[in-house]
Design a protein around this ligand. Structure first.
Ligand code: ZN
Length: 165
């Protein structure tokens, strides 16, 4: 097990607070109604496509999903969307704090429906992300951000491989 890198996000605003667990705890249990409320709460118009994608994303609890995976699930659920729309929607949801982006390597971006602070194991070869509780990782020294920036969040990705290879 090796820690290959620490990603320090310096994006300006901590928007993730908007979609806190507290907000979600107030949901009623009817996924369709809940997604509408969730979108309205963050100021996104609940269009049909956002509703459908939001429902597919959030109705299954905490998970990590790529744009391609969501696109496939949408197709299976007979939701007529293009891959470009899926990308746009995922990024819109991320911008308002409904999702968290987890960059594993250059080509793979996962979107996490759990926006609370935590880190990830990445299982190489299986392309699987597993949560690491926030308290299990102690970051020793935070580098000083460039002039005009502050550290928004520190994401740790610990890469795993099966023993004996
Ligand atoms: Zn996660």
């Amino acid at each position: 097990m090796t820690v290959l890198r620490t990603i320090v996000s310096t994006d300006a605003e901590p928007l993730a607070d908007l979609a806190s667990s507290a907000n979600r705890a107030a949901l009623t249990g009817c996924p369709w109604h809940d997604v509408k409320t969730m979108l309205r709460d963050v100021g996104l118009r609940p269009t049909r496509q956002r509703m459908a994608l939001g429902w597919i994303l959030f109705a299954k609890g905490d998970r990590h999903i790529t744009a391609e995976m969501l696109y496939e699930e949408a197709n299976k659920a007979k939701v007529p969307v293009s891959l470009a729309t899926v990308y746009n929607t995922l990024h819109q949801f991320t911008d308002v704090g409904l999702l968290r982006q987890v960059a594993v390597d250059g080509s793979k971006t996962y979107f996490d429906t759990n926006v609370t602070e935590h880190h990830h194991f990445f299982v190489e070869g299986e392309n699987d992300l597993l949560d690491i509780p926030h308290t299990d990782v102690v970051v020793g020294k935070t580098p000083s951000p460039p002039e005009g920036y502050e550290v928004a969040r520190i994401d740790v990705v610990v890469r795993l491989r099966k023993r004996g290879r």
